[in-house]
Design a protein around this ligand. Sequence first.
Ligand code: AGV
Ligand code: CA
Length: 309
Amino acid sequence: MSKLLIFDHDGAVDDLLSLMLLLTMDHIQLKAISITPADCYPENAIETTYKLLTLARKTDMQIGAGNYYGINAFPAEWRAKPKVLNALPSLINIDTSLQGQIKDSVDVLVHTIRSSDQPVTILLTGPCSNLVFAIEQDKSILQNIAEVIWMGGAVDVPGNVRTYNHDGSAEWNVFWDPVSSHKLLTYQLPLVLIPLDVTNMVPVSMGFLKILALQSDYPLSNLAGQFWATTIDTIPSYEYTYFMWDILAASYLGIPDAFVLEKVELEIQPNGHNSGQTFRKPGSGKWVQMATHVNKERFYQYVLQQLKR
Ligand code: AGV
Ligand code: CA
């Protein structure tokens, strides 16, 4: 049976690779896409999203964009980077003039969840603000959410935020809007967290890209290889290394049994010097299924296999 999915992403290169991967999954029925203007400039992310939907012949999909700009902005250099994707030879000439109206993300989420005849799964590969605003607007949608899968947090490992007046304990997607992140846990949704604890195991490596390049006769492998190549110039220190963060979270929908999950009580710090920190807090009552390990080999094999299109 197919799974109904809403995908909320924030337009970084790995978010768009995640969209590419989701569009290869036969058991996933993508109902709507929402873009959070966090690790991107939304006009770029909307354009790439629409172009990938065009290649997949799914341009009838509703795209929403968030109008909330977070508490702690992403570095402008990171936000600007994915613009280059729209200039790649395989995407530059795709016509975007027939693209429909972009609605507000919160309205798209409320409407899609409310009107669905079965519970919807939600994949978040950026901050969770749009979903939290949607729930605040209409609490009844909580009943129609099957599961939320979120790439976010750093539980038993250091965070990846390096900025003024912060102790480095937070992961960026949580840090962008720590207040909404704190709220998300209070709803007691079935939440699967894919934190840095597990994404640290899957950096983007030249070894992987070389294997992917051997199958570049497949147009999708070729395009994915080009996307990944744009991430290789990052400065090789921890906070700049490019990982397969969001792609790992998306692959949870395809190969859930490749992951080890641990049921934990967490808390998220809404403010202060450790704003956005996700930490264990026994007794908090905020239960989350957190991924602690992944079978790397299966993950890489799965991605390579799916991209043979
Ligand atoms: O913290 C990981 C999240 C993921 O959703 N993002 C990137 C992924 O899309 C933020 C981020 C951390 N380090 C980065 C990031 C980097 N070096 N470049 C761009 N974004
Ligand atoms: Ca992201």
